[in-house]
Each structure stands twice: as structure tokens, then as C-alpha cells.
Write a new protein. Structure first.
Length: 359
């Protein structure tokens, strides 16, 4: 059976790199895209800032404590979108099977490609070169026969990396992967894996499908396939992003008061950062809660204005929480998401992005 040739391209510190490109005085210095205010959130951080522990979605005040000489620059979303369009124009020189994940990353299926280049790694090398030459930015690329491995490969030698996971080497490569490197494995899931003596791909592969489903539900079947290098998902250029969200699973259940005063503000900051990075525009906020008995409830509200900032998200989230009929029950999970794309987004090609945070 012919195997697919998949490339995952991920721009390096995309927003921050654009700011350093456009402002020579920022080059080589730690910068963050965002506002240096009490309620500010870091939307993106340069690699120089990351060395101090500064990360996207981090409160600005915390970032300044980690890196007192951090330079903040305002978010220029219109510029980032324009550069993203230029990057995608480069992708389409090689294939129209391009699946965007956000403004700065995408999957490409180059099994059949426009120039007729036989090796996917050569296409990835050319794409990286053209992005650098035309846009003065760097990208990292991963090449493999499916999306799971291509995405892992793109992160393997960042920044400005290029890495290939060949089918003949995939089994050995996966066996050595730490369990945290697998899609869907956050902190809490990794702890559960380690409690089951699963710390790497080889140990994950040694477990049968029934065992993994029993312990991890439907996701267990995905883990089973990934451990064997199996991922049949095609690159889907026509998928529309439906929502952007984040959720937290807590080690200890939280009370309603803790949710309102502590947990929701953190989730709102995280969500605002992800909305900024993705460029997603929506005006429906959904609150998701899960109780200790795993019963789940959601509440949503649609407002006239676009939800992009914490200042707009948090009051609405608190209102939804207050309207939720939870009695005196505690929560093991809280989540927020923005959905209902506006018309300009409906014309694009996006997929759903709901990322789970586990603590």
C-alpha cells in the first residue's frame, strides 16, 4: 500500500519573530507580544524570552518577574494574518492539500505534489528556504507518513529544524518517545500512565487495546494506534475551525467559590492567549464543568461583540457559572471555549481547536 507523505510546518515563535523582523532594535532581545499590565497576558514570546521561562498565555506580571528586562510589543493581528496568508501561498505552490491548525502551523499532504518532487523532505527544505528568503522568517518542519509523526518531527529540532521519521525507523523512534510526547497526554494523564508503569512508547505498545480503553476510555484506542505508528487521519483542507478552548482537570476538586475567584480567571487568560495566537473570531462562550462523579454540564451565551480579551470573557464566564445549577457540589474539571465563527472566518479553512490542560 502506498504511504502518504505528510509535512507539518510550524513557524518559530511566529508573532515575536515578526516583531523582531520588523523592528531591528528588538533582535537578539527577549520580547513578548502583549501588554505589560496587571491583567495582561503574553500572546507570544521570543526564544530569548523563553530562556527565562516566559511562555505564551502567561500573565504579563509573572513574565516580568522571570525576565525584568522583557520588552513588550503590541499585538498586530492584521499583520500576523497577512504574513500567514503569504506563508500559505508558498504551501500552495506545492500542494492544495493544506490543513491549517492556526495562523502559524499546518499539515501538507505532498504524496502527489505540483512540481512532481519525489521526496517530501526536499519539498520541506524548499518551503523553509522560500519562507526565509521571501519573508525573512524561520520555520521548522517535520516529515513522515502520517500526521501524528509529522507533528512530533517538526518539534524535534526547533528552531529552524527539519526532521524526518522514515517508516523503517518509526517503530524504534516511537519506542523511545517519553509518554508526554504523545498527543492527548497531559500532566494528569502522564501521571496515570506512570502509575501503570508506562513511561515511554515501548511500554505503551506493550499494553493491549482493551487495557488502554479500560483505563483511558476512547482515547485509549488512539494511544494504542499511535504507539504502533498508526494514524489514518487525512489532511483535510476544507475543515472549518468551530471553536477554540481550554480546560483544566484538577488533582483536588475545587469549590464554587474557588472556581469563580481563582480558576476561571486563569482559564480566561489562557483562552485569550489561544484566541490571539489562532486569530479565531467568535462570539459564543461555553462553560464546561465536570463533577467528581464524572457527570458533565455545559452552559453557553452569545453576545454581540467578538470575544478576544480576558476582560470580555471573564465576566461572561462568571455569569454562566452563577447560572449553573450545581448546588454545593465541587468540580473536578472546568473548561471555557469560544465558538460561532463570524462570516469572515466561515470563508476560511479551519478545524476545531480544543486543548486540554491537566494539572
Amino acid at each position: 500500500m502506498n504511504q502518504r507523505k505528510i509535512i507539518h510546518v510550524d513557524m518559530d515563535a511566529f508573532y515575536a519573530s515578526i516583531e523582531q523582523r520588523d523592528h531591528p532594535e528588538y533582535r537578539g532581545k527577549p520580547i513578548a507580544v502583549g501588554r505589560p499590565e496587571i491583567r495582561g497576558v503574553v500572546a507570544a514570546a521570543s526564544y530569548e524570552a523563553r530562556r527565562f521561562g516566559v511562555r505564551s498565555a502567561m500573565p504579563s506580571m509573572k513574565a516580568l518577574k522571570l525576565c525584568p528586562h522583557l520588552i513588550f510589543t503590541r499585538n498586530r493581528m492584521d499583520v500576523y494574518k497577512a504574513v500567514s496568508a503569504q506563508i500559505h501561498a508558498i504551501f500552495h505552490r506545492y500542494t492544495d492539500l493544506v490543513e491549517p491548525l492556526s495562523l502559524d502551523e499546518a499539515f501538507l499532504d505532498v504524496t502527489e505534489n505540483k512540481p512532481g518532487i519525489p521526496l517530501a523532505v526536499d519539498i520541506a527544505r524548499r518551503i523553509k528556504k522560500e519562507i526565509r528568503r521571501e519573508l525573512h522568517l524561520t520555520a521548522s518542519a517535520g516529515v513522515s507518513y502520517n500526521k501524528f509523526l509529522a507533528k512530533i518531527a517538526s518539534d524535534y529540532r526547533k528552531p529552524d529544524g527539519l526532521f524526518t521519521i522514515h517508516p523503517s525507523r518509526a517503530e524504534k523512534f516511537i519506542a523511545a518517545l517519553p509518554i508526554e510526547a504523545f498527543w492527548g497526554v497531559g500532566h494528569a494523564t502522564a501521571e496515570r500512565m506512570r502509575a501503570l508503569s508506562i513511561t515511554n512508547g515501548a511500554q505503551l505498545r506493550a499494553r493491549d487495546k482493551e487495557f488502554l480503553i479500560r483505563h483511558f476510555g476512547k482515547t485509549g484506542a488512539i494511544f494504542y494506534n499511535f504507539a504502533r505508528g498508526v494514524d489514518d487521519r487525512p489532511v483535510e483542507p476544507s475543515r472549518m475551525r468551530k471553536s477554540v478552548g481550554c480546560e483544566e482537570t484538577y488533582r483536588e476538586n475545587v469549590t464554587r467559590a474557588e472556581a469563580l475567584e481563582q480558576r476561571l480567571p486563569l482559564l480566561a487568560e489562557e483562552l485569550a492567549g489561544r484566541l490571539a495566537r489562532s486569530g479565531f473570531r467568535g462570539n459564543t462562550l461555553t462553560l464546561k464543568v465536570k463533577f467528581p462523579d464524572f457527570v458533565q454540564k455545559t452552559r453557553c451565551a452569545t453576545v454581540p461583540e467578538i470575544l478576544t480579551e480576558k476582560e470580555g470573557i471573564l465576566p461572561l464566564a462568571r455569569t454562566l457559572m452563577e447560572e449553573l445549577d450545581s448546588g454545593d457540589r465541587t468540580f473536578r474539571l472546568l473548561g471555557l471555549s469560544v465558538s460561532h465563527p463570524q462570516e469572515e472566518q466561515r470563508q476560511g479553512i479551519w478545524e476545531q481547536l480544543w486543548l486540554e490542560l491537566e494539572y
